[in-house]
Design a protein around this ligand. Structure first.
Ligand code: KG4
Length: 340
């Protein structure tokens, strides 16, 4: 019999539900929350309320697009964390209630494992291309920047991670401070394509090993812009494309330096990326370019699987389900990775 998994994702500001059958994606529905745009960042209380409104229609739509009735589901996978507690509570409670009503198991998923396994979602009509184990995943999102060694679907080792801000945070905070909009990554990515990446230089951090730091470069950009604006109030407006291109290139250089080091240290040439920042066009081009130069096989997720989505939660939940993992009804969501 086929294993049909409903995935539910509600860790931040996207309510998403997806259905997979034996690893093949049947549907993936995402309701984004525009309400946060006016505030320049996600407002947790508004996010929880929007999840509450969205969750029933989003799950119904996912089942209907998949052509699957609730009674055919084998298990429900949900994001337990990390993320916003109030948001996670909506998805977690919904998964528990539906699991109880249908008398089927529920499986909890670490959001980051979802991003790491996003390459394993198989789509009808799309050629299957998945990393071989072991592979390295550069996981880059709004909350995390990590290099993870993946030895099996449920076997991960963090080789390096940020000691302060995540790279997505650097994109978002700098964009906000420059008045360019939120979320910052897509805005800076778009402007960077129009600019000269060699025009401005920003200091790179010197962190030992495979760890990252993005707080210094963020501050260095903000001081630089502030000082230049003091001399010429129109500096930012006149140079925003070059600033974005130079800033983005520095962030990519920082990410790539450690990824190359990790590949050399481990001898692993299967390289994947995941997380919201893996949508960045500069990073995607650079990984492919380094891959060609260094003999890596590179795996870039389709754009729709870079930001938060339930397809990746469903696939991670599918592997956990196959491994016999089940969540009990008293499981609580967790906001921090450390509490998992
Ligand atoms: O994975 P994600 O949706 O949320 C977390 O789980 O953190 O990632 C969101 C992050 C934001 O920081 C956003 O600015 C960034 O991904 N992002 C990008 C791009 N698209 C989204 N960063 C750089 N370039 C992009 N094109």
């Amino acid at each position: 019999m086929a294993d049909i998994i409903l995935g539910i994702e509600s860790s931040c500001d996207d309510t998403s539900a997806a259905v997979i059958r034996d690893g093949w994606l049947l549907s993936n529905v995402i309701a984004s929350q525009d309400v946060h745009k006016a505030y320049g960042g996600v407002v947790p209380e508004l996010a929880s309320r929007a999840h509450e409104q969205n969750i029933v229609p989003v799950v119904s739509e996912a089942l209907s697009r998949a052509g699957v009735s609730a009674s055919e589901l084998t298990a429900i996978a949900f994001t337990r964390g990390p993320g916003l507690l109030g948001s996670l509570l909506v998805g977690t409670s919904f998964a528990k209630a539906l699991g109880l009503a249908l008398d089927i198991p529920i499986v909890m998923v670490n959001h980051l494992h979802g991003h790491i396994l996003a390459s394993f979602v198989k789509e009808p009509g799309v050629p299957v291309r998945q990393p071989q184990f072991p592979y390295l995943c550069l996981l880059v999102s709004g909350g995390n920047s990590q290099i993870v060694r993946v030895d099996a679907p449920l076997q991960f080792t963090i080789l390096g991670q940020t000691i302060d801000d995540a790279v997505g945070e650097a994109f978002d905070k700098c964009s906000k401070m420059m008045g360019l909009g939120y979320p910052g990554g897509p805005v800076i990515d778009r402007l960077a394509k129009l600019g000269d990446a060699t025009r401005f230089k920003f200091a790179k951090p010197h962190i030992p090993g495979l760890d990252y730091s993005f707080s210094g470069i963020k501050t260095s950009l903000l001081y630089f812009v502030r000082d230049e604006i003091a001399k010429d109030p129109d500096f930012l407006e006149k140079n925003k494309e070059d600033i974005c291109a130079s800033f983005q290139k520095t962030l990519i250089d920082i990410l790539m330096d450690k990824l190359v080091k990790a590949a050399k240290q481990t001898g692993i040439r299967e390289i994947a990326i995941g997380g919201g920042v893996s949508a960045n066009s500069g990073l995607r081009a650079r990984i492919q370019e380094e891959g060609r130069r260094r003999g890596w096989n590179t795996y870039l997720p389709a754009f729709k699987f870079t930001t938060d989505n339930a397809a990746m939660i469903a696939i991670a939940g599918y592997y956990s389900y196959l491994a016999g993992e089940r969540a009990s009804l008293d499981v609580a969501p967790v906001s921090r990775m450390a509490d998992f």
